[in-house]
Design a protein around this ligand. Sequence first.
Ligand code: ATP
Length: 894
Amino acid sequence: MPRSCSSSTSFFNSGGGGRSMTPSRSHSDSLYCGPHGYGGRSPVAFGSEELISEPVDLPRNGDSISVTIRFRPLSEREFQRGDEISWYADGDKIVRNEYNPATAYAFDRVFGPHTFSQEVYDVAAKPVVKAAMEGVNGTVFAYGVTSSGKTHTMHGDQNSPGIIPLAIKDVFGIIQDTPGREFLLRVSYIEIYNEVINDLLDPTSQNLRVREDAQGTYVEGIKEEVVLSPGHALSFIAAGEEHRHVGSNNFNLLSSRSHTIFTLMIESSAHGDEYDGVIFSQLNLIDLAGSESSKTETTGLRRKEGSYINKSLLTLGTVIGKLSEGKASHVPYRDSKLTRLLQSSLSGHGHVSLICTVTPASSSMEETHNTLKFASRAKRVEIHASRNKVWYNLGREISGLKMELDQLKKGMIVGVNHEEILSLRQKLEEGQVKMQSRLEEEEEAKAALMSRIQRLTKLILVSTKNTIPGLISDVPGHQRSHSVGDDDKLDVLREDALHLENENQKDSLSSASVVPSDASHEFKHRRSSSKWNEELSPVSSTITESTQAGEIISASKLLAGAMTQDQMDLLVEQVKMLAGEIAFSTSTLKRLVEQSVNDPDSSKIQTVMRLMTQCNEKSFELEIKTADNRVLQEQLQTKCSQNKELQEKVKILEKQLASFSGDKTSLASEHAVSEEYVDELKKKVQSQEIENEKLKIEQVQLSEENSGLRVQNQKLAEEASYAKELASAAAVELKNLAGRRGRFSGRANEISGMHSDELDSWNLDPEDLKMELLARKQREASLETALAEKEFIEEEYRKKAEEAKKREAALENDLANMWVLVAKLKKEGGYIPEVSTDERHSDGIDPRNQKLMRLIKILSKRRDKFQMHQDCLMKVRGAPGCSVEEAVGETESV
Ligand SMILES: Nc1ncnc2c1ncn2[C@@H]1O[C@H](COP(=O)(O)OP(=O)(O)OP(=O)(O)O)[C@@H](O)[C@H]1O
């Protein structure tokens, strides 16, 4: 019978683990099958159907992935809806089903719902972090359905920091506890959202590409930040979280919609003579997005995100499944960005710790079961974690090889036969050639590394627990010279610090900060001339307890001009450190004073006195640092004011830019207007062109008519000459007639004197003759009038023709002008120079437009005139009912 929700109230509220909360777990120990011979990594059938993975303790020498399960308490929502407990932690290694107790899984560790993140960290992440600091790559990731507690586990909150902040704190703690080595730490932070990789430390850097080299897969163009303290590193995470994709679903108000990978890159080397090369390792801390089931109510974008999340997690499951089979089959790493990036981790080149987060709620029983199956498969994946390659100093390696060579030569001379000597020599020569090429390669790598080291040297972190004999004497009169070199004091301090640390879990993260070697110029000089370059004295490579901060400050003063925000942060960290030390000392002092009251032992009193002196010194140091801090703050203020000025300048520039862009927009609008105007003009020009065409045609017609007229003129002239001839003939005849008349009148007189008989004999009728004469005279007169008229018309026509020619020429001229104007407009390409509004007429028409319109009018008038002229000519040419006078009159009026 499953437990009811009411019975699980204590489960939700109590701080105990799941084991003690579940009555049905009493038989669980007997169900654990580990001791009964589950050899190797193969799972063993458990109960009727389910499997239990072999539980393995960490560290396992990197044989398999460390798999832990973390239950979260029932959420308020689950509690409200009456959810029951369906899965529970049976002991600290087994997860069991409440409804079917035979269904159980075993893991490296199972954390109950009220386990603190610190405990989860200690078990599931600390060994991986420690190994990473020693040069073995490590990956810790949280896997689970939405709202199961992945982000809570990886990031946590202020009250309960998660794996990532705890790992950062631990890393700086390890540096502090490793006086013999110096470290360089860099961080990067990316997210995979909808199968797109975005840089969370540089929001402008999106959709980054995955690349592959000899070391494995990596993200191209990713931003890496050197970190100097835990606070510094956490500030990058906080900044990155701002850009992470988060949304809400019905299970989680702040559901992660992307997988995030926070990477810590660690480079370390031993000091001075102990130098053994540089070791590089990488620690990946991954917060996966949660898989979503059909119960997750999502729509639109959320659904799309969910499908991407599910797909990549499915691929992760497939990859894990393939790897767990242990066969050399194809592993589909490339099917998702997540598996692609995890390729080198999952394929066994480092420690991997998988923390599966689950809810005990009965409503999510199936989802939790799936997570457990996934975890169970992951447990079977084999890994072979090993320390990363060390970039050695080749000089030492070569001299060793030379020595070996010499020894070999000696051996050859002593007791080896000739053939063996020859083959050995050949091998040696081959070896030498190989060595030479390797040497060259390594030299190149070394040169590249050295230049990088030079750049990064200033950011190397060293433990403040080191000692530098002689460093104090190098700085004469330094007030802190009193406070160093006293081992007793240091021991007491350490003891007390440890004691206090054990006592006080609230130890702030900042107390773990260490000192960047370049914080002091002098110090950097010493270190850079010793650690990374063996040729120089190793004496200067040692460091002293607690003097560093002071050295840093004094040297920082020298470098005040070049003081950066990082150095400010560093100073703040150092001040915090000193404050912490003072707090330790004060509390120790108090404790000792209390003890000395009960036990007035003189040595303790002496210790108290010593501590008091030390405390005073520390206070003094603190004051100095505070003063220095003030100086730096002043500098910062001046920088800020300079910054303000610059910002103002930028504002002014922005305004100018804005006004400029305003001008641009008004210009653009005017340009648009002028473009419209140009369009209109173009249309007009086009119509004008058409009209011009028409005019041309008319012109051609006119010229044709002209030539016709000329022909007519010629005909008329011919007619006129014919008329003239006629007239002259008539005149001759008239003369003859006149002559005849004279003779006739004489004859008439004669005739009158003649008898009618005589006239009758001639057969002439005098009346007829008279009539004929009269008619001839009339005809002669009319012919003369017609001739005069013809001549007059001819003259008129000639004039008209000349006028027409002139007009034609004028028209041609106008046409040419028009063409010039049109060409000009075309050439201007639509750009119409600015016309101010007062230049425009009240009717809003541009003067140039008006000019054009006038021209068009003139042209159309001319065309009309031509038309009329043509009409007249038609009439003149003999249109019926039109007299010459009318035609001439009309032509004149035209
Ligand atoms: N071990 C725990 N103890 C107390 N509260 C927890 C624990 N684990 C998770 N929670 C709470 O449960 C809620 C959901 O947790 P969280 O956001 O970490 O889930 P998630 O797995 O990251 O979800 P998603 O995949 O949707 O991002 C949060 O309010 C968180 O504080």
